[in-house]
Design a protein around this ligand. Structure first.
Ligand code: 5RP
Length: 295
């Protein structure tokens, strides 16, 4: 039997050699359990410490958003170039091939649409997140929204509790209401509230001034949303400035899938996030790809 035979010659105990123990590469995550770290290490590249996440969950509040009318045609060709995909379970099950083998940031909350009053959210069942092998549970908080601040923080808290139970990290997403200013003061407050309530990663917006205050006031990795479509050079500059101010990655949607060369943009963003390229170098990459892959 294998157990008897295996014990006969056991002698390589490496006496005198200290057992190797390595830290964990993401800030604030060193004390997490194995499953949490394993999932985070699928989303964030352990070599660069960074991630390029592709967000296409917009339809859950906006319906058939421009660029997402036919996800099978516009998003599926991009999957290979993303480190992680962020979408709803409806799109995942209907259109995303399980063979794409990308870690999933699952939109774990669902709520009101642009037709009424945003941010009135509920949560899905954790068992369904486990079933689809979620690597992150994305839950939105509307800090400063008098109508929905409390309920969305309760949702985040519940998400963290459920994620802890199953070893799935939580991505706290800061939604900025219409009347709030996206400055460092607000974004650091909202992001810090997410982390204080147990979010393992925070997704927020970039701000032109003092973004390093946002990343430094939060003890966990921050990824930035891209926001509305910008000229490609501006979007690349934003990604560059965010990474250089301490962001651990981007979770971009419209600036990728609404670009005239979505693959070119993804490659360009990757070169900034993972390889430290400048916006100019990244823009050249985007342009080269666009010119050599004309439809
Ligand atoms: C909405 C989201 C979106 O996924 C997010 O805004 C990313 O997309 P974009 O780069 O288009 O802003 O989290 O709550």
């Amino acid at each position: 039997m294998a157990d008897k035979e295996g014990n006969i010659d056991a002698k390589d105990f490496g006496i005198g050699i200290e057992q190797k123990h390595e830290g964990f590469f993401l800030k604030g995550c060193q004390n997490l359990d194995w499953g949490m770290k394993s999932r985070l290490a699928r989303v964030f590249n352990p070599k660069s410490g960074h991630a390029v996440m592709l967000a296409f969950d917009h339809g859950f509040i906006m319906g058939p958003t421009s660029g997402l009318e036919r996800i099978d045609l516009t998003i599926n060709p991009l999957l290979d170039y993303a480190d992680c995909i962020m979408c709803t379970r409806g799109i995942l099950r209907t259109l995303i091939p399980p063979t794409c083998n990308k870690p999933l940031s699952l939109r774990f909350d669902a709520g009101t649409t642009i037709l009424t009053d945003l941010n009135d959210e509920t949560l899905m069942d954790i068992e369904d997140a486990v079933r689809v092998d979620a690597a992150l549970l994305a839950s939105m908080v509307a800090i400063g929204d008098p109508a929905h601040e409390g309920s969305t923080i309760r949702n985040l808290t519940r998400t963290v509790d459920l994620g802890q139970r199953y070893g799935i990290p939580t991505l706290g997403v800061t939604a900025v209401g219409k009347n709030l200013v996206r400055d460092a003061r607000y974004l650091s407050l909202a992001s810090r509230v997410c982390a204080e309530n147990g979010a393992n990663v925070v997704k927020t917006y970039f701000c032109e001034e003092n973004f390093e205050r946002v990343t430094n006031s939060v003890p966990v990795p921050i990824v930035i949303a891209g926001g509305k479509k910008l000229p490609e050079m501006d979007a690349l500059t934003m990604a560059y400035r965010a990474i250089n101010a301490g962001a651990a990655g981007v979770d971009m949607g419209r600036n990728i899938f609404q670009s005239d060369s979505p693959v070119g943009m993804l490659l360009a963003v990757r070169s900034i996030v993972h390889d430290g390229q400048t916006p100019e170098q990244a823009f050249d990459l985007y342009t080269d790809y666009k010119n050599t892959h004309k439809a």
